[in-house]
Design a protein around this ligand. Sequence first.
Ligand code: NAD
Ligand code: UDP
Length: 325
Amino acid sequence: MKKKVLITGVAGFLGSHLAKDLLDDGNLLVGIDNLSSGKMTNLTNLPEDRFTFINIDVCSPLVATHPAMQNISEIYHLASPASPKYYQAAPFETINVNTIGTKNMLELARKNNAKMVYTSTSEAYGDPEVHPQPETYRGNVNTWGPRACYDESKRLGEVFCYEFYNQYQTKVKVARIFNTYSAGLANDDGRVISNFVTQALKGNDITVYGDGTQTRSFCYVTDVIRGLKLLMEKDEANGEIINIGNPVEYSILNVAHLIKALANSTSTITFHPLPQDDPKVRRPVIEKGTALLGWSPTVSLEDGLMETIRQYRLKLNLKKLKNKT
Ligand code: NAD
Ligand code: UDP
């Protein structure tokens, strides 16, 4: 059945993938974004008759009264910078969007009796002392460091969700998303996969921070989008927190070698200072999501990276061609 869906952060990496997917399903879509880390070029070729874009800050009180918000039945609240490069450059905006912005969206969901998915993060676990991380783990987050504006505001966003669910039975669900990638990440996004693939294809140094023994678990974007949509669908997930991530863990140095090999690159792997508070390990326990949603990832890192490299190569070649003409 056709639904009217709202995506906040629609011009970003995940928001634009989700937008295409929901429009392909035949839905009406309202997307809002303040274009702080997202790009309008992510939203080209969307059907104009079913997609409305509003350039607005999700923290603004004007969002709720905007005429396009009438009869919204689902809200995917994705607005927030996600790359350390962006959230550390705008700490106050990051705190606001995840707290005030989340409260705004919960109020809208409550008013419309709409369902809502809030995209929290594996950063809620901080630098984890429990490994791998189940949803019941309460985390190890430093309030006094450069990642705190993101980690702690995401955690407070979860608290808002909890209170709206508890006090008003708002149909909200929380996704704790682990590192996600595809060629949809802008080349200059700053996250590790976009950095390494861009560097490998250009023949530049592949910049490993620290000694590369820190680990992450990378999930391909199509698996994450499928997880978010299932989370929205399932009433059993109301008031629940679910890890959405791939439980296969890699060291960052291994990822550098893998990308270099898959891209057939002549780049040199170089080592640089580890950023402060960089988590040492990260791997989701996904049994809860599998039981509740019937969800698990299907794309291996190798397959996902091959597709990512193929698409980045096309993008970079197109750019080169444009620069020549
Ligand atoms: P992104 O930076 O590509 O996209 C975020 C979008 O939100 C951007 O288009 C940005 O302009 C917009 N935005 C930021 N502040 C806003 C505001 N105040 N009002 C309106 N729009 C605003 O990030 P992403 O990777 O697409 O992440 C989307 C969501 O998923 C974020 O909430 C992020 O915390 C969460 N998440 C992502 C990952 C991942 O690996 N991609 C991992 C964990 C959590
Ligand atoms: N990283 C790296 N080189 C880069 C970018 C990132 O070694 O050019 C490392 C970073 O220090 C971290 C991991 O890769 O250990 C993932 O970083 P990203 O910024 O993608 O995400 P997050 O740290 O938020 O998981």
